[in-house]
Every structure is written in C-alpha cells, then in structure tokens.
Design a protein around this ligand. Structure first.
Ligand code: SF4
Length: 318
C-alpha cells in the first residue's frame, strides 16, 4: 500500500499521500516523530520500490477516488520515514506528473547536501523543509540525526536550494517544550528561515502521539512568543498547531484506506468514525484490525488516536 488518503492538510488541501519508504527508515530519529521510533537510521539512498509500481498504485487510487468523487489537490510524498532516501524520487515525480496533479515533498532536508537530491526536489511543485534548530547540540537532542550528518552543511545547502528552486518552498519548525523554545534560540532559527524567503514558514507543535514519552507541548505563551519572533523577521508565518480535520478520503476499500493513512498519519477517533460512516461500515472493522494487531490505539493530549502497528506495516518492498 504505497498510495493512501487523501488526507486533509491545511497546507496542501486534500493530499493523496505517497509512502515511498518502508517503515521506519529515516536519517533522523526525532523525539516527537508521529510515526514511531526510527528503526533504520540511514543516510544513504536506496531503491525501495520500482517507480512504475509507485505510479501504478497512485493511478489505481486516483481512479477509485474519482469514482467516489473525492477531491485531490496534491500528490504528496509523506512516508513513514524520509522520502529523499528513495533513490528513484526524481523519476517517480516525473512519472506522477503525467497524471496532471501537483506534487509535494515533505522532507526533513537533512540530505539536501547531495546535488542529486536537490535535483530531485527541484522537480516538485512544493517542498517543505524541517528546520527545528540551527544549534548542533539542540539538533542532536530533538532530531537525533545519523552520525554522518553535518548541520552546518545542511543549512548552507538549504540556502543554496532556496535560491534556485522555483516552486513553493515552505519550512516547518516544530516546538518542543524545554528543548528548542528559548527566545534566543527561536531568534536564530527565525533569522535563518527568513534567509530562505519561504512561501510560508510554519511554527508547529506535536499534535499527534510522539515517538518518545515525555515530549511536552509548549504552553500558549511560549508558542505565541515564537510566532511573534518569526513574525518580526518575515510576514509569511503561520501556525500549524491544530489537528488538521477529519475529512479523510474514502476510496472504496475501507481497510486499505485506514491502514494506508494510519501508517503515516495517526487518526483521531472522530476521523475514524467519519471514514467508517463514508464507507457505510461499523466499528467492527476497527476491532478486527486491533485484534490482528494491524492497528493500535494510543492516547495523546486527551484524545484517542489510531496508528498502524510498525511490526505489521510492511509494504511490498522490492
Ligand atoms: S519526524 Fe520525520 S524526520 Fe523526524 S524521525 Fe519522524 S519521519 Fe524522520
């Protein structure tokens, strides 16, 4: 199950997700990761799926969604890992563009030092870069990068990329209480982000269950202070601090939809109920998936979420 959704996104409208990386291959192991702990901390690219398989899966989902009159605004690479680890990313974007939809890539940006990765990202209509910090010690605490990575080189490459990229470049800064929220630190991050002249700079907080316990959401005054510091440096700043809604797309196959979405996007109880309603199905579907350990239920910030169990989340790898 490579293609899933669409999932509602404030940034991208209705976003058909593409999970082009097996769980959970990433160059970071962020403490706040919403798709679980990084089991494969990697920095080298690999071939995970054949580009034509990704294309076929997306094409098939588009057909099913059209039948159900579901809207699609973007095809979005947002896997349960880092999408640029996929050596075929550029080819996949080329192929997907044949279907006449815009393509977005949500990346942590840590591999952007590689020219081939910059070239792949250049093909996307929308790129989102993660910039939680400009400080090496904080970086190690919050993003817990692969040991071969170098923050200074990454930031330099982001500046280079932003100067040549013609699509919509956005940034996301995730605030974690007690790690990256001091005014002095936010000042430095905002200063750096403003150098990239992004279309939008998002100030975010963890809104779904996090990989590590004890990751705290900053209080409102801290979030607001960070926002104001960003705002002093640039106009185009927005919050990304709410759950993004319950309007997930139904493609005609409820189990596939639930598992595909929940692999990268933990679903709130209300979203699950809405999706079941669209499919004219009942809670028995969820009970079955829970008993087969394909889904798990977690509590976070006072809400119930449904996530894919990593142990049972193997897509059809090459
Ligand atoms: S939040 Fe993104 S970059 Fe960080 S560990 Fe999770 S998948 Fe990787």
């Amino acid at each position: 199950m490579i293609a899933f959704g669409p999932v509602p996104s404030r940034r991208l409208g209705q976003s058909l997700g593409i999970n082009n990386i097996p769980p959970k291959n990433c160059s970071y192991a962020c403490v706040y990761c919403q798709v679980g702990k990084t089991s494969e901390l990697k920095h080298r690219r690999n071939e995970y799926y054949k580009p034509e398989d990704i294309f076929g899966d997306v094409q098939e989902l588009v057909v099913r969604l059209k039948k159900n009159r579901e809207k699609i605004d973007y095809f979005t690479f947002m896997p349960d890992g880092e999408p640029t680890l996929d050596i075929n990313l550029g080819n996949e974007i080329d192929l997907l563009k044949l279907l006449d939809y815009k393509v977005a890539v949500i990346t942590n940006g840590s591999l952007i030092t590689h020219r081939d990765i910059q070239n792949d990202l250049m093909k996307a209509d929308y790129v989102s870069l993660k910039i939680d910090t400009t400080d090496k010690e904080i970086w190690k605490k919050i993003n817990r990068p692969h040991k071969s990575l170098n923050l200074e080189a990454i930031l330099e490459s982001m500046v280079h990329f932003s100067a040549v990229y013609n699509g919509r470049l956005t940034t996301v800064t995730m605030l974690v209480d007690g790690i990256n929220t001091t005014p002095f630190h936010i000042q430095s991050v905002a200063e750096f982000v403003s150098e990239l002249h992004p279309y939008r700079a998002y100030v975010a907080i963890p809104t779904r269950p996090t990989a590590e316990k004890g990751v705290r959401i900053p209080d409102e005054s801290t979030i607001n202070r960070a926002f104001q510091i960003f705002k002093e440096k640039m106009d185009q700043v927005e919050y990304l601090i709410d759950y993004e809604g319950n309007d997930f797309g139904y493609s005609g196959e409820i189990e596939k939809d639930l598992l595909g979405i929940a692999a990268v996007h933990p679903l709130k109880l209300e979203s699950v109920e809405k999706l079941l309603e669209k499919a004219n199905a009942n809670w028995r579907v969820i009970e079955d998936l829970l008993s087969q350990e394909k889904l798990r239920e977690v509590e976070y910030a006072g809400s119930k979420f449904y996530m894919r169990s990593l142990a049972n989340n193997n897509n059809n790898k090459l």
